[in-house]
Design a protein around this ligand. Structure first.
Ligand SMILES: NC(=O)c1ccc[n+]([C@@H]2O[C@H](COP(=O)([O-])OP(=O)(O)OC[C@H]3O[C@@H](n4cnc5c(N)ncnc54)[C@H](O)[C@@H]3O)[C@@H](O)[C@H]2O)c1
Length: 467
């Protein structure tokens, strides 16, 4: 936190204290309770980088209990066991894990090309499934997974799109619903890495498999691994899915035997003239959003009345967002029957003056009237810091924890995940079609997916639209 020129020492001390207390209050007491005996008993299939990361978070979530892990390598199983502790059963074949009656739910955290086969087997074995994004790999899997899940309404299928569980992202969605950004017509998103993914050596694992995300046989490349999160954000914020996609993709920089594209620009055409532009390039990590305070990835959501910059962050940098009111917004017209306004055509003036960023307030910042004296002081201090531009509201909790807790809750009590089957399938369809657009150098219509991967003459089941 930088100290403002105008801030007195007394204020700074008070504010620093308040911010510290606020952080502590937001993250809750550091007391761990014993795992609930009726917690959801889960297994994890694919305990590599993401699987182990989720286990690190799952360790402190009491509503779930790890009873089984599965991977093809001992090394991955050892790391997973060390991370979660206890004595989960170890499997090398997921079918054996799925035959284990003690397992209620599974996490599918394998490479992308195995998401569908593992999820299919898990659903057929009667388990609830949390499958990482991108949900499926091939067009035929979009249709097949819809049939499988719809035939099993009591089983949960959640996709690992954690932004849907972020309070900051939800606050922005609420702002859009309330009209604070006006008409959202344009989203700009990037995921730039410097350098990009490196080719690695893993003992006892064939090189192509150890580096599966670099090979088209197993992976959807940057679009599946990175853009998938942000296409979903654009769909969610605009409340619609794209009609078509086109772009430019090439393999220019990372020449180490990989066959995925490493330099990608995509344009998505949504209804009513809206657009998403996504870029994924290596060799730079700067992001112009949130005043350049974060790198790599983020989304800029532009509306006629305002713009939001937002990014998810990582374990050490929680989601943050900034809101800029449009300096010269068009008047919001209300129907006036008698008075006809006169419009004069002509060149518009350049509007160079911007607006100061405004905080996106979260529940911890809002006054409820029930605060103690100290809590009220803390909230005033935080708002004061936000106004001065010294502190930016940060989400107190990692959305990954929220999505995992939510999954166990759905398993126990039912309900529809925020990142449900249709959210996951729309996202996967977008990934598949974007890669076709890049490979074939053409504009691909989104309804092309309806005919892909089906026998001649067959029609796809339509997506189920939820309210
Ligand atoms: N939501 C997110 O932000 C996020 C972040 C990172 C990764 N992911 C997703 O998580 C998934 C896994 O990615 P990763 O980075 O952990 O990859 P990884 O290569 O580190 O791990 C994959 C693991 O699956 C194992 N595996 C391969 N074949 C298997 C089989 N037949 N049975 C059981 N295990 C098998 C591998 O041995 C490896 O340990 C990908 O789909 C990726 O897109 C999501």
């Amino acid at each position: 936190m930088a100290e403002s020129k105008n801030m007195t020492r007394r204020e700074a001390v008070k504010v620093a204290g308040a911010a510290t207390i606020a952080t502590m209050a937001a993250s809750g007491p550091l007391i761990r309770t014993a795992k609930a005996a009726d917690g959801v008993k889960y297994g994890m299939i694919g305990t590599g980088s993401r699987g182990t990361y989720l286990l690190k978070h799952l360790k402190s979530i009491d509503s779930g209990q790890c009873v089984a892990i599965c991977d093809i390598t001992d090394d991955a199983l050892d790391k997973a066991q060390q991370t979660i502790g206890g004595s989960p059963k170890r499997y090398k074949d997921w079918r054996e894990l799925l035959a284990d009656k003690n397992v209620d739910a599974v996490f599918v955290t394998t490479p992308l090309f195995l998401h569908f086969p593992a999820t299919k087997d898990a659903l057929e074995a009667g388990k609830h499934v949390f499958c990482e994004k991108s949900l499926v790999f091939k067009p035929e899997e979009v249709h097949a997974l819809r049939e499988l899940v719809e035939a099993r309404p009591k089983q949960i299928l959640q996709t690992g799109l954690q932004r849907r569980y972020s309070e900051m992202y939800q606050a922005v969605r609420n702002m859009i619903e309330k009209g604070l950004l006006g008409e959202v017509t344009y989203v700009q998103a990037q995921w730039h890495r410097n350098p990009g993914w490196k080719m690695k050596d893993v003992p006892n694992v064939p090189k192509r498999m150890a580096n599966w995300r670099l090979f088209r046989e197993y992976s959807g490349g940057l679009v599946a691994e990175l853009a998938s999160h942000q296409i979903d954000v654009a769909d969610w914020m605009m409340g619609m899915t794209p009609e078509a996609v086109t772009g430019l993709g090439s393999h220019d920089f990372m020449k180490d035997g990989r066959d995925i594209l490493d330099n990608i620009q995509l344009i998505y055409k949504y209804p009513k003239g809206r657009r998403l532009v996504w870029t994924g390039v290596p060799g730079t990590s700067h992001w112009a959003g949130v005043g350049g305070a974060r790198t790599e990835m983020g989304e800029i959501i532009c509306g006629t009345q305002g713009t939001v910059h937002i990014t998810i962050g990582d374990d050490n940098n929680m989601p943050i967002g900034m809101w800029f009111r449009e300096p010269n917004p068009p008047k919001v017209e209300t129907a006036k029957k008698d008075k006809k306004e006169k419009y004069v055509a002509g060149a518009t003036m350049v509007a160079a003056a911007g607006s100061r960023p405004l905080p996106i307030l979260l529940s911890k910042d809002l006054m409820t009237g029930k605060e103690s004296f100290l809590e009220k002081e803390m909230k005033f201090a935080r708002l004061w810091l936000y106004q001065k531009g010294i502190l930016v509201p940060e989400e107190p909790k990692n959305p990954v924890d929220t999505e995992l807790e939510a999954f166990f809750n759905y398993c126990k009590n039912g309900g529809r995940p925020k990142a449900d089957l249709e959210v996951g399938l729309a996202d996967s369809a977008a990934v598949i079609l974007s890669n076709i657009a890049l490979d074939e150098g053409r504009m691909v219509q989104f309804n092309e997916i309806d005919k892909m991967g089906l026998p001649a003459g067959a029609t796809a089941k339509p997506a189920v639209k939820h309210g």
